[in-house]
Design a protein around this ligand. Structure first.
Ligand code: GAP
Length: 457
């Protein structure tokens, strides 16, 4: 299809306009690392602010945390990641490429669920059905090996087993080990939440699809600590809450779907992903997990420090259950970009590239454009300076006004204001809307309120 949004198009637009660049590009790039440029980093920060607003600010009794990425190695023994956090890997004996066995099966059929199969069952299925290698098309694989996703490094000067530390593969453990610190210092009563935005690292076997699956990424995770027995209702609430967060940001309901897990890790009592339909197909954006009292109980056992909560009203002591809601920040940014990008065919037959981003997420809220450089620049700069106290603004005086509108459209700027003789003589300003291309005339002193109202989340 002519105007179909493909991953290739999105990757090119991101590179060309300053959203996302290949990591270490001048050295030939480091595979599957990406650097967010001036526009991409603004979008990412806005997405984090939106999450913070929903999951901390507007969420009763929720607190934010910024825990260290490097944690005591025992944390990862207690959590089950050491030794248990791995993917089933097969090598193609013909072309030497590596693949996840579960992904090979998922790409081949929906008749079986790899999550429910053992490694032996998976390789048997792959061989019995001659599932072809996605790279060379032959079907000749090694047995499955479990491949650890943990990035290991060493602290101190001596590189031995005792100096091993891990780059955290998830944020959640930071919230768990600080559960009592937050509860005590915030005088929080169960149910309460701890949320955190931060980097996580996984040595993925099959990274790809641009920023969808990478080895370094950011998570926005929220853990709700609650009384056992109240967890399932809270779990249902967070499934809805996360979905509403996505639709409010601009992802359409008909491109989001729930995927309830058929196979649960032994400690979880429920788990569900929300998937978004990317150009390459449905992919996980978020997870809601009822993790019971597993994590806190494990930390109690491994640290030998009680993790019990004393209910001040009933004097009951118990280890709270945890309902987790986690969102991949990079995946959400990617989904918003894929959804927002359009090659719009105009009546005159020309094509306009537009990023219909939610104004709250857009990198710039306003572009200030003097109509004629010679006459309108001073006033335009004055207005730009004033507006910059309120919003991220862009300023552009080069090229004809039509081209300048187009440049702002493709980077998602929701409002362009034109400074012309009307501004000089009557303090009036023209505001152009990115999506409708309609223009309204306002007085200069009405501008801040007009824009503020439209960029709120
Ligand atoms: N604390 C729970 C946890 O980490 P997860 O489903 O493994 O759960 C949470 O990860 C979210 O992090 C996912 O829903 C996804 O959005 C994001 N994510 C996971 N692996 C990723 C990767 N390799 N690259 C980018 N995002 C990833």
């Amino acid at each position: 299809m002519e105007n179909e949004v493909t991953m290739e198009k999105i990757t090119n637009v991101c590179k060309q306009y300053g959203f996302i660049f290949q990591g270490s590009e001048i050295y030939g790039g480091l595979a599957n690392t990406w650097d967010y440029g001036p526009l991409g980093s603004r979008i990412k920060n806005n997405v984090k602010d939106a999450w913070r607003k929903r999951f901390i600010q507007e969420n009763d009794n929720s607190y934010e945390l910024d825990a260290a990425i490097l944690m005591h190695p025992r944390v990862w023994e207690a959590s089950g990641h050491v030794g248990g956090f791995s993917d089933p890997l097969v090598d193609c004996k013909e072309c030497k490429t590596r693949h996840r066995a579960d992904h090979l099966i998922e790409g081949f059929t929906s008749d079986v669920v790899p999550d429910l199969m053992s490694d032996e069952e998976m390789i048997k299925y792959i061989r019995d059905n001659n599932i072809p290698c996605p790279n060379c098309g032959k079907s000749n694989y090694t047995d499955i090996r479990e491949f650890s996703l943990m990035f290991e490094t060493h602290r101190g000067v001596i590189k031995d087993d005792k100096s091993v530390v891990y780059l955290r593969p998830e944020n959640a453990q930071g919230e768990y080990v600080n559960f009592l610190n937050v509860q005590r210092t915030m005088r929080a009563k169960v149910p309460f939440g701890i949320g955190q935005i931060g980097k996580a690292f996984r040595n993925e076997i099959t990274p790809g699809n641009f920023t969808f699956r990478t080895i370094e990424f950011e998570q926005m995770e929220h853990q709700l600590f609650c009384k056992p027995g109240t967890d399932l209702e809270i779990y249902e609430h967070y499934k809805e809450y996360a979905k509403k967060f996505f639709t409010d940001l601009g992802l359409p309901e008909d491109k989001l779907r729930y995927h309830d897990h058929d196979k649960l890790v032994f400690y979880a009592s429920a788990a569900c992903d929300i998937e978004y339909k990317y150009p390459f197909g449905y992919g996980e954006l978020n997870g809601t997990h009822d993790r019971t009292d597993y994590d806190l109980s494990q930390h109690q056992e491994f640290s030998t420090k009680s993790q019990e909560y004393l209910d001040p009203e009933t004097n009951e002591k118990y280890i709270p259950y945890v309902v987790e809601s986690t969102v991949g920040c990079d995946r959400l940014v990617l989904a918003l970009l894929c959804e927002a990008y359009e090659e719009e065919k105009l009546e005159d037959g020309s094509v306009r590239e537009v990023m219909h981003l939610n104004p709250f997420v857009a990198p710039y809220k306003v572009a200030v454009l003097p109509l004629v450089k010679k006459y309108h620049t001073d006033k335009a700069k004055e207005i730009y300076k004033e507006l910059s106290k309120h919003f991220m603004c862009s300023y552009d005086e080069t090229g004809n006004i039509g081209k300048r509108y187009r440049r702002q459209d493709v980077i998602g700027t929701p409002f362009c204001i034109t400074i012309d003789d009307n501004t000089l003589n009557e303090n009036k300003i023209t505001v152009r809307d990115r999506d409708t291309m309609e223009q309204v005339t306002l007085k200069i002193d009405e501008l801040v309120d007009y824009i503020s109202e439209k960029v709120i989340f």
